[in-house]
Design a protein around this ligand. Structure first.
Ligand SMILES: C=C(O[C@@H]1C=C(C(=O)O)C=C[C@H]1O)C(=O)O
Length: 396
């Protein structure tokens, strides 16, 4: 297929915004993403008019982009690769069925039209709807969590909250996706829309599973402090609380390996890593799937790992119960997972953190913080604020 030169003349942000608008008006689903440390952006469109939830998307071996919620009982969606555009070289792949190629032509025609630009961006700014009540509610939740931990019900739990903001009328989603992906080159940046889930955009530092060239990877990422660019990473110190909190996540992963009797894995870390305005502790786990005789490890581990102790708690069952009974809202796709699956580059799923959902001029930001017996509720509130600032500091 010859790509119209008009498309190449459009900027990435214009193409993203116009493809998203088109999919929303036609009821199609779309995913746009950028991998950590790569410059290439990818875009995938599923032209089905009524996207349906999927079970076991990795087992089906179909290429697409997966969006799964925190609550494993709620609906996961696979945006199928009917149309797949890779930026830089404008490599466009379209599934050969006639109906799909006609729909793809229509979309390509639409996005190749020069878009209206509004040179005078209004002076309107993002409005944050903040209230003391929100703060008090979260602090109460953290206190309840500490009491539950001290009474021996669990070791760690990750309560979370949301915050609503009002976007300016001329908020440009494409431009803001590009801003986020450029501000956080080591994050997995994504912008996803399905008619069933609405729009989700974010830049997450946390890999859930990666399966490529017979190698499986996952990470234990936890412990948070503000990043001070003046202080070299080698001089960053961690308190016992954060070291233990992150070690619990590593232990959770090793327990998952034990459940399937996988003994040979490489463990690297913990190391201090930068995630935007924050620092975390990260341990990497790598498995040679061929040498260990675990060909379908990604699928098995996905079922065992989610939700990890980085976003839920330890032990898993009481932590899930605590969140279900005490958190006062539905997380939706926040702290679920998302990413491309079954592609020529394998499968890469990330935990959906540092993200927002967008509904017309309203957006909702989400963040949580790991609570242990040594937590101070006011500090955990602060931690959720700075996590939300990862996005708030960039968009506009
Ligand atoms: C829960 C979030 O982040 C997770 C929790 C962390 C922590 O408790 O220190 C750190 C990184 C993430 O694994 C979030 O960003 O909302």
């Amino acid at each position: 297929m010859i790509v119209s030169d008009n498309i190449k003349q459009q900027s990435a942000e214009q193409i993203i915004s116009s493809a998203l608008d088109y999919c929303r008006s036609e009821g199609h689903s779309i995913a746009i993403w950028k991998h950590p440390e790569e410059s290439s952006i990818e875009l995938m469109v599923d032209f089905s008019s009524d996207i349906q939830p999927v079970d076991d998307p990795l087992e089906q071996n179909e290429e697409g982009f997966l969006l799964s919620p925190f609550n494993y009982k709620a609906a996961s969606y696979l945006i199928k690769a009917n149309l797949h555009i890779k930026w830089e070289d404008f490599n466009i792949k379209i599934q050969p069925e006639l109906e799909i190629s006609e729909k793809a032509d229509e979309l390509l025609k639409h996005i190749s039209k020069p878009q209206k630009t509004s040179p005078n961006k209004s002076a309107e700014v993002i409005k944050v709807i903040a209230s003391d009540e929100e703060r008090n509610k979260f602090i109460d939740l953290a206190n309840t969590a500490i009491e539950a931990i001290k009474s021996g019900q669990l070791l760690k739990v990750v309560p979370s909250r949301k915050k609503e903001i009002i976007l300016p009328e001329d908020f440009d989603i494409g431009l803001n996706f590009i801003k986020l992906s450029q501000a956080y080159p080591s994050a997995f940046a994504s912008l996803v829309y399905t008619p069933k889930t609405g729009i989700w955009m974010g830049a997450t530092p946390e890999l859930l599973i990666n399966e490529r060239n017979n190698t499986f990877r996952t990470v234990a990422l936890a412990g948070t402090q503000k990043y001070d660019p003046e202080l070299p990473l080698a001089r960053v110190a961690w308190r016992q609380k954060e070291i233990e909190e992150q070690a619990l996540v590593g232990r959770y992963i090793i327990n998952c390996f034990k459940k399937i009797r996988l003994r040979n894995y490489t463990e690297i870390g913990p190391k201090t890593v930068i995630a935007g305005n924050l620092l975390h502790l990260k341990t990497e786990f790598i498995v040679d799937m061929e040498a260990t005789g675990f060909p379908g490890l990604g699928d098995t581990m996905l079922k065992l790992l989610h939700p990890t102790s980085a976003i839920c708690g330890m032990p898993l069952a009481p932590a899930q119960e605590f969140i279900r009974d005490h958190e006062y809202y539905d997380r939706g796709y926040y702290s679920g997972y998302l990413g491309p699956v079954n592609s020529e580059n394998g499968t890469s799923l990330f935990v959906n953190l540092r993200c927002m959902s967008i509904d017309a001029d309203k957006a909702t930001l989400y963040a949580g913080a790991g609570v242990t017996a040594d937590s101070i509720p006011e500090d955990e509130w602060e931690e959720t604020e700075i996590k939300m600032n990862t996005i708030l500091n960039i968009i506009g």
